[in-house]
Design a protein around this ligand. Structure first.
Ligand SMILES: *Cc1c(COP(=O)(O)O)cnc(C)c1O
Length: 383
């Protein structure tokens, strides 16, 4: 076995020479802020999402918050979501004065269980915010069915789902609103950033005001030679636009993301094959009954004996392997306990998985011999 002599992180961006060149071109162009490159990036994203409009933001978090505002979520409203997610999903709901109502996950897929959503609906429910956890698409049909029946909006937290698919369709090409993240550890990156995909002119109009000071013309129009420089403010918007510097990186990554995802899926297959005979000790996301494409964003494993998780992560660390407990259930964080009264015992399956989950290294540049080393160390711990 070839020797591994560097630390293997859990996640790592894959930046090509072409991407570096594209960023360099923008640096030399004299225009770094939002401008023609961002516009072009949004056109490419629009093509990628089957003609639906994609609007870039400084982060997925900013995009999620703007999307919630766009559909009118505010004080006293409720939004149904999952607790098996990054804190941002619930934070943006709470930040608007609304209540995140956490629905338990399916023990097999670790995704929100659509069968439990209807029971969580009240007269205050405004929206459902499912998360395509680790890149495995949520069972969307029953969710959109409930949304239609109860007149709710759906905002898919698609931070992990760039390149994911559901029943033959790419996530982002159908449905209500999807929010993707281009954070450096996600499947593609713009340094920091994200985009909101929708088909609604009302949502798009609001998003364009919210992300740039409530000004109703793009900054490029204001500064390009044929513009007057006058502008008007029609809403007290925020500042969460994406720069051309970021868009240049994002645009090149978009060209590469399908290939990078294929590499990720290849690594996932190798892990699953290697751990096949260890089902008494570890398990992972199960195969749902519907047709799907997994983006391979994370490779989360569930340690059967929860009491050994800390030792397992420590053992990996001692052997120069990174790991993270993604995710610690959001409803058990201090703010959510204190503000909404959530606590231990509220979500059986989320808490079961939350106590056992560990993500181990998965990124396109992880070499086979490095992965073999990780597999070896994992097996050593459990033997
Ligand atoms: C990363 C992440 C976000 C936030 O993305 P940013 O671009 O970092 O704001 C939101 N939801 C989930 C599930 C994430 O993993």
């Amino acid at each position: 076995m070839r020797k591994v002599n560097k630390f293997l992180p859990v996640l790592k961006p894959a930046i090509s020479e072409e991407a570096i060149e594209e960023v360099e071109n923008v640096l030399r162009s004299g225009w770094l802020a939002t401008g023609p490159v961002t516009r072009q990036f949004e056109e490419r994203l629009c093509e990628y999402f089957g003609g639906r409009t994609a609007m870039c933001f400084s982060s997925a978090t900013a995009g999620l918050q703007a999307a919630l505002m766009a559909i009118g979520v505010g004080e006293g409203d409720e939004v149904i979501t999952t607790s098996m997610t990054f804190a941002a999903t619930a934070n943006v709901i709470a930040l608007l004065g609304a209540k995140p109502v956490f629905v338990d996950i399916d023990r097999t897929t670790f995704n929100i269980d659509p069968q439990r959503i209807l029971d969580a609906c009240t007269s205050r429910t405004k929206a459902i915010m499912p998360v395509h956890y680790a890149g495995l698409s949520v069972d969307l049909d029953p969710i959109y069915e409930i949304a239609q029946r109860r007149n709710l909006r759906v905002i898919e937290d698609a931070a992990h789902a760039m390149g994911s698919g559901y029943k033959g369709k790419r996530i982002g090409t159908f449905g209500d609103i999807q929010v993707f993240s281009f954070h450096p550890i996600k499947n593609m990156t713009s340094g920091e950033g994200g985009c909101v995909v929708s088909n609604s002119p009302d949502v798009q109009r609001f998003l364009s005001l919210q992300r740039f000071h409530g000004i109703d013309r793009s900054i490029w129009d204001r500064f390009s030679s044929n513009a007057t420089g006058y502008y008007d403010v029609v809403y007290p918007g925020s500042k969460s636009n994406m720069s051309d510097l970021q868009s240049a990186l994002g645009m090149q990554q978009l060209k590469e993301v399908e290939r990078l995802n294929a590499q990720r899926r290849g690594l996932v297959d190798r892990y699953q094959f290697a751990f096949e005979d260890m089902e008494d000790q570890i398990s992972w996301q199960g195969i749902p009954s519907y047709d799907f494409v997994h983006s391979g964003h994370l490779f989360p494993i569930c340690i059967a004996d929860a009491s050994r998780r800390d030792d397992f992560m420590q053992f990996l660390k001692e052997n120069s392997i990174g790991s993270v407990p993604y995710y610690m259930p959001v409803h058990l964080f201090t703010y959510y306990r204190n503000t909404f009264g959530y606590g231990e015992g509220d979500l059986e399956h989320t808490e079961y998985v939350g106590k056992r989950i560990v993500c181990i290294p998965l990124y396109p540049s992880l070499e086979n011999y490095e992965q073999d080393y990780i597999i070896d160390i994992v097996k050593k711990f459990f033997s």
